[in-house]
Design a protein around this ligand. Sequence first.
Ligand SMILES: [Zn+2]
Length: 122
Amino acid sequence: MEKKNIFVRIQEIESQMGHMHSELGELKLVIKELLEDNHRLSLENEQLRKVFKREVQSADSETTFPLQPTLVKNEESGEDVVGEGYDNLARLYHEGFHICNVYYGHLRTEGDCLFCLSFLNK
Ligand SMILES: [Zn+2]
């Protein structure tokens, strides 16, 4: 094998290794994101199970699914107003979930949400 050939091959291998190195870096980022997602979803799932378990235990008198807002016709104006569903949503919010249409149903991980609060204050 000629000397020149060896250098060419070493350069090829070197660039392949560089390529693999950057691919590894990208994969590590993907794994990190997946782990974060998994952690967030686990927390959310755990919290939802607690809420659901309690709702099932106290659902005897309720006929509607408790997590859905119930719209009630206002007799005078004829407009739809939020009825008892409002209380459920407020409770859901205080249990740590978003009730805004931006992040609805997701666990609140960073304290109060302005979207949720403006919804509650309507
Ligand atoms: Zn929100």
